[in-house]
Ligand binder design. Structure first.
Ligand SMILES: NC(=O)c1ccc[n+]([C@@H]2O[C@H](COP(=O)([O-])OP(=O)(O)OC[C@H]3O[C@@H](n4cnc5c(N)ncnc54)[C@H](OP(=O)(O)O)[C@@H]3O)[C@@H](O)[C@H]2O)c1
Length: 298
């Protein structure tokens, strides 16, 4: 008898998590979403765990026995991480370690989300073998998880994600949610001409993650980045225009004018060849691709 493939997705109410759930559903997998709070109108079952402990996660995962756990939950804001270092370490290092230990013990693949911000951004076009040099609490806690996971569960995929672009399910978590709201006020926005990213539409990243599980690809660390390296100013002009606003609302600025915290990394563009080879694909489209932009609307 054929058993149904299934996945548990943590952080399912977040920006990437909701897209990942939709992508697995599209591929015919059974999806269970995990969140700390109830979420309305989801097209898949949701488990609400207000507090995530080792024992509550162990009993949930033992009961569900999914083929894979895709862990998207995290403290994802660099600024908030800086203000809450202990919480960030718990969310971004300790929680992944707990999930890696549980999935390792149960023989389940763990897919963990890391970030391009593990690099200092002085070089750009980073490949998986380049040394990391995190510049803030968020980056440091992500590096610590990357280092710990392989020893706890050899059946792992760690995806270093580039900046993700799109709208979120609840209108609060996505890159475009805030961007479009702000443009709608008619207020001009600065965008850096010297901050470079290989930004990826969130729909594309979610598909790559799901394909890597269903394909499946070899355990390891992979960069999830598009083929398109753009600076923030170029990105903002493209996205303004595609969202129906004038790019006159975007004005160029230099990183040296940024006075906030933490420091910004100038060029964390990533090389995506390893993932492309593993999946047997020849391109990973960026934000200027018409097709991916159409899909950005959830
Ligand atoms: N967005 C990007 O551009 C980007 C770029 C590179 C890497 N990443 C990584 O990709 C992953 C997904 O990012 P995202 O943008 O989707 O983040 P997000 O929208 O902030 O969603 C993350 C979710 O994690 C949950 N969460 C936060 N702290 C938690 C904790 N202590 N315990 C359990 N759940 C917690 C929250 O869920 P509830 O409060 O709803 O339970 C939240 O909805 C993260 O690992 C992030 O670091 C994102």
């Amino acid at each position: 008898m054929k058993t149904e493939n299934s996945v548990l997705v943590t952080g399912a109410n977040g920006f990437l998590g909701s897209w990942v759930c939709s992508e697995f559903l599209r591929l015919g997998w059974k999806v269970t979403a995990l969140s700390r709070q109830p979420v309305e109108n989801l097209p898949f079952p949701l488990v609400v765990l207000p507090v995530w402990t080792e024992s509550s996660l162990l009993s949930l995962i033992s009961e569900l026995k999914p083929n894979a756990v895709v862990h998207t939950a995290a403290m994802s804001s660099t600024a908030e991480s800086e203000r809450n270092e202990d919480l960030t370490r718990l969310a971004n290092t300790e929680l992944p370690k707990i999930l890696a230990a549980i999935t390792g013990k149960l023989g389940i693949r763990l897919v963990h989300c890391s970030t391009d911000l593990v690099f200092d951004g002085l070089k750009g076009n980073y490949s998986e073998t380049d040394p990391v040099n995190p510049q803030h609490c968020y980056g440091r806690t992500k590096v610590a998880a990357e280092l710990a996971i392989p020893d706890l569960n050899p059946d792992y995929l760690i995806f270093r994600l580039s900046l993700l672009i799109g709208f979120s399910r609840d209108g609060n978590h996505g890159f475009l949610d805030g961007f479009v709201k702000s443009l709608a006020t008619g207020k001009a926005q600065p965008a850096f001409t010297d901050e470079w990213r290989t930004a990826t539409p969130v729909s594309v990243a979610a598909k790559l993650i799901a394909d890597s599980v269903t394909h499946p690809i070899k355990s390891g660390l992979y960069h999830v980045a598009s083929d398109e390296k753009l600076n923030r100013y170029e990105m903002a002009c493209i996205l303004a225009e595609k969202s129906g606003f004038s790019f006159d609302l975007i004005f160029p600025a230099k990183l040296e004018s940024f006075t906030g915290k933490p420091v910004r990394q100038p060029d964390v563009s990533m090389n995506n060849q390893k993932l492309k080879s593993a999946l047997g694909i020849s391109e990973i489209p960026g934000i200027s691709s018409e097709e991916t932009v159409r899909k950005l609307l959830f």
